[in-house]
Design a protein around this ligand. Structure first.
Ligand code: ZN
Length: 477
């Protein structure tokens, strides 16, 4: 019997008496284990005859990934405390991480390979076990041993944080948006005064004596001051978020080697430097150790497109945020960091590359770019479907696309299809409709597009890896 498979040579690894590698057979990958030993016994698979002798051929399942994590400690995610430049590389399909590793393996960059929000889990039909297992297999396939992280992204509740921790995630991004008083953010001075008056004085008096009229000195002569109603508004809007963070930390994170990121970015209003300092100072007082904080910056960080707004204005505010983070001992985190080329120079300069950058959707768009080139018929269907389902998708994502500006795909020849991935409106539409595409079902319950998407990307895997490499490389200055 002949057995054709292509070995990922970087995966060749010994464990005791056993030799292991990952190889591709047709369009599917397996782990092969040779020679009896602990690994051979522990991993689940079937026995097949190969020219080199019998081997156990194991599917890349979550159960086998869990065993791999015990056999090979380097496949476990780790904390990135103390690492200066870290990058979140969300992999919604579970196929992109090897491409990311090929890019960062020789760079001073710590990758957070597994990074998904609950929203993304729901829209891709995956679990945190699936997400982490994909990273484990990617790390083993590429023989990558420099460490990676796993981020439970935009988690909101104690239960969500606990679920991610139970799966072995090493970073928690705590989304405080449900504990921010959005109503107060928009109020004028008199309304703020009366609303503030209804708060418990036993809580507000100590905060006033601590902050009111105080000037905080930052690097290079910069300073921020808590004057007049600024403090009242900050207390109204952010105190609930601080209390939520302290509660989650004390219950689930204190004493664990987990990287906590605080996110206040998913709001309609920008985070002022004063508010940023208040949050971080209150957390410090409560003994909450954070690794990063994601403010909502001025301008717009929309999905899949460049920064929208006044870059000079952004730079002015960003400098202060960076100085606060430095003073307080953590990093700024840039959410929706995909494709924000206009502001990367400011971000890297002002943070000295001590920063966390999150990307996700752009990796999906690169997948579509490969499909546009290699499977034009499939791409045409996906594009039309995306346009049809745009309103559904916009329930989950805020974008300001102008669908009318997208060229009619019927007027484009196959070789022009990938140009849609360079057109902002099309990018946004294709970016936010991934869930619609992946979850679409035929009447008989089978997937409409999902299997074809996976098949194409598995077949043109090396094209996908190099597309990811060159695109993400543009994010790392
Ligand atoms: Zn965010």
């Amino acid at each position: 019997m002949t057995h054709n498979h292509t070995v990922y040579t970087n995966s060749l690894t010994r464990h005791g008496n056993s030799m292991l590698y990952i190889a591709k057979e047709g369009n599917e990958k397996f782990l092969y284990v040779f020679d009896k030993g602990e690994a051979y016994g522990a991993l689940d698979g079937d026995i097949i005859a190969l020219p080199g002798g019998n081997a156990k051929r194991c599917s890349l399942t979550n159960a086998n990934a869990a065993i791999m994590r015990q056999l090979f400690p380097f496949t476990n995610p780790i904390s990135h405390k103390g690492r200066s430049f870290t990058i979140g590389l969300g992999d919604r399909l579970g196929l992109a991480s090897p491409g990311h590793l090929r890019l960062v393996k020789d760079m001073d960059v710590f990758p957070v390979l597994a990074q998904q929000s609950i929203r993304e889990l729901n829209l891709t039909g995956r679990t945190y076990d699936d997400v982490l297992s994909a990273a484990v297999w990617a790390v083993f396939q590429e023989g990558y041993r420099k460490g990676y992280g796993a981020d439970g992204d935009h988690l909101k509740t104690h239960a969500e944080v606990k679920m991610a921790l139970d799966c072995g995630f090493t970073m928690i991004t705590l989304d405080c948006s449900e504990h921010l008083r959005n109503d107060a953010a928009a109020l004028g001075d008199t309304q703020i005064d009366s609303l503030y008056g209804s708060l418990d004085a036993a809580v507000t008096k100590p905060l006033e004596s601590e902050y009111l009229g105080k000037t905080i000195k930052l690097d290079e002569g910069a300073e921020i001051a808590f004057l007049g109603t600024i403090l009242k508004k900050i207390i109204l809007v952010y105190l609930g978020a601080v209390q939520h963070i302290v509660s989650v930390y004390n219950e689930l994170l204190r004493g664990r080697n987990v990287d906590l990121e605080v996110s206040v970015d998913e709001t309609a209003f920008t985070t002022s430097p004063e508010a940023h300092y208040f949050i971080s100072s209150e957390l410090q007082k409560a003994g909450v150790e954070i690794v990063s904080l994601a403010p909502r910056f001025c301008g717009e960080f929309q999905k899949g497109i460049d920064y929208r707004g006044d870059v000079n204005e952004f730079a002015k505010e960003f400098v202060i945020h960076a100085k606060i983070a430095k003073k307080m001992g953590y990093k700024l985190s840039i959410h929706s960091g995909s494709d924000k080329f206009a502001v990367f120079p400011v971000i890297y300069k002002e943070t000295d590359r001590v920063v966390h950058l999150k990307t996700a959707g752009t990796n999906w768009l690169e997948a579509l770019r490969v499909i546009a080139v290699k499977k034009p018929e499939l791409f045409r269907e996906l594009h039309k479907f995306a346009l049809n389902r745009l309103q559904e998708a916009k329930k989950h994502y805020h974008i300001t696309e102008n669908a009318a500006a997208i060229p009619d795909i019927n007027t484009l020849c196959d070789s022009e299809l990938s140009s849609l991935l360079d057109q902002n409106d099309a990018r946004q539409v294709l970016h936010v409709t991934y869930g619609e595409m992946l979850l679409a079902k035929n009447p008989d319950g089978t997937a409409v597009y999902k299997d074809a998407i996976y098949e194409a990307l598995n077949k043109y895997e090396s094209d996908y890896y190099s597309a990811l490499g060159s695109h993400i490389n543009r994010h790392i200055l």
